[in-house]
Design a binder for this molecule. Structure first.
Ligand SMILES: [Cu+2]
Length: 291
């Protein structure tokens, strides 16, 4: 199935927003409930798309439905029992049962609608880090929106006008909420596929934690002395290997939402080229191969 049939199937499955019983006033649109309309849910990672689906080691990709050509996602902010590595567990906060939350994956030019339901015991909001969007959709609690109260759902909606590797994270009491794990990756594939598609496309989100022996939760007040460093929420030996075959063309996307630190990362024993930063693609003539 290619992109066109995927879209047309999706639009055929749901005739329109009217079927969803969505409220129509502007005020109601901003805060509404999540549609449970029985429309087709698109499992991520299906073969045959015009992009290579991102693999989130130790994690997942967020499924979506298509409603009137809009990709509709649903994030649930909630407490999660999280195991960093065998024998090291704590109660964290995350999305849809995990920290980091599932990777959101879409294509440049897509219109996306992301419902965020707050099942935390505190107000929250979600900021779409690095993504160009209208101010009211930026997710900054207290600035661009009121925080999402416990039990409420906020509807974010915007058109993706760029491609690259981005992130999402809490932006209400963010020192606490990010330190407890409220983050995830947001990958936007280019509308015009690159000359060579990667055979494997991995997303790794790094973070850092302070988990004291015997503590029930990570300490969100720590500023310097972190003792657990993770990729996609896992520390070795909990980290899944990046499985590839010989001669495959591999892309690795690296995000960092650590509370305070930069991390130098060495990809040991491989020859690779830096092809993009969060400022966009690097022209071929300016790329510097690393070994
Ligand atoms: Cu950010």
């Amino acid at each position: 199935m290619n992109r066109r049939t995927l879209l047309s199937t999706g639009m055929g499955a749901v005739a329109g927003g009217a079927l969803l019983g969505l409220p129509t006033t502007a005020a109601a649109l901003a805060r509404t409930t999540v549609p449970h309309d029985g429309s087709t849910v698109y499992a991520p990672g299906r073969p045959g798309r015009d992009y290579t689906p991102v693999i989130t080691p130790n994690g997942a990709t967020l499924p979506f439905t298509i409603v009137d050509g809009v990709k509709v996602f649903h994030l649930i902010a909630e407490p999660v029992e999280h195991e960093f590595a065998p024998g090291l567990a704590a109660q964290c906060w995350g999305f849809n049962g995990s920290t980091p939350g599932p990777t959101i994956e879409a294509v440049e030019g897509d219109r996306v609608r992301i419902y965020v339901t707050n099942a935390l015991p505190a107000p929250t909001s979600v900021h779409w880090h690095g993504i160009l969007l209208p101010s009211g959709m930026d997710g900054i609690a207290g600035l661009s929106q009121a925080p999402i109260a416990t039990g409420e759902t906020f509807r974010y909606e915007f058109t993706l006008r760029q491609h690259g590797t981005y992130m999402y994270h809490s932006h209400r009491d963010e020192m606490t909420q990010q330190a407890l794990g409220m983050m995830g990756m947001f990958v936007i594939h280019p509308r015009v596929p690159p000359e060579r598609r990667p055979d494997r496309d991995f997303a790794l989100l790094s973070s850092e934690w302070k988990v004291l022996p015997g503590a029930r939760r990570p300490d969100p007040n720590e500023m310097l002395e972190f003792n657990v460093l993770t990729f996609n929420g896992k520390a070795y030996p909990g980290t899944a290997p990046l499985m590839v075959e010989r001669n495959e063309f591999v892309r690795i996307r690296l995000g960092n939402l650590s509370a305070m630190s930069h991390h130098a990362i060495h990809i040991h024993g491989h020859t690779w080229t830096l092809v993009a930063t969060d400022g966009g693609d690097i022209p071929r003539s300016a790329r510097w191969p690393e070994v």
